[in-house]
Unconditional design. Structure first.
Length: 180
């Protein structure tokens, strides 16, 4: 099937973190379809690895989920910011560390059926203390888990947001592969 022809777009909502766009597309056979898209600037997600191999995780309240979640630290890209630059800014804000070595772990679309958000995933090694002030609306607590404990938390559903599940499992696979 060919890519649908874009007939037009309209921004129907402008928000602090994202916009909502309504697009009109001409599909095969001349059918006109409407598609709503959350336009998001993208984000970074970090797997902060301490010298002993343990991971730094965060808990924070997520209103859409209606509860606090155990997650990997992450943050939204600033306009024009490279993902690699956002990594240490977000690490400093959320866990009070800076990374001496950043290892790309790929990336992924969060939910391409309705949002353009793409998360760049990184392992952060050689951590040293360095804190930036958190955003005023952030309520974050740092937790330390071994890699085995983090994987078990994924398996039990305790870690249940997609970015954290993917990050923990990709890092576990990389570590497992390097131990062969």
């Amino acid at each position: 099937m060919e890519t649908p022809r874009l007939l037009g777009t309209e921004t129907v909502y402008r928000g602090r973190l994202f916009d909502v766009e309504l697009a009109r597309l001409e599909m095969d056979g001349g059918v006109v379809a409407l598609r709503e898209t959350i336009r998001h600037p993208g984000a970074v997600c970090m797997v902060p690895v301490q010298p002993d191999g343990s991971l730094l995780l965060v808990t924070q309240y997520r209103h859409a989920a209606g509860r606090r979640l155990l997650e990997l630290p992450a943050g939204t890209l600033e306009p024009g910011e490279a993902p690699e630059a956002a990594v240490n800014r977000e690490l400093q804000e959320e866990v009070g560390r800076v990374s001496g070595r950043v290892v790309p772990l790929g990336g992924f679309y969060v939910a391409p059926g309705y949002t353009s958000e793409y998360i760049h995933l990184f392992a952060c090694l050689e951590l040293t203390e360095s804190r930036l002030a958190m955003d005023a609306d952030e309520d974050i607590e740092v937790e330390v888990r071994t890699l085995a404990e983090a994987v078990a938390a994924v398996e039990r559903g305790e870690i249940c947001d997609a970015k954290s599940v993917i990050g923990v499992l990709r890092w576990a696979r990389m570590v497992e592969g390097s131990n062969r």
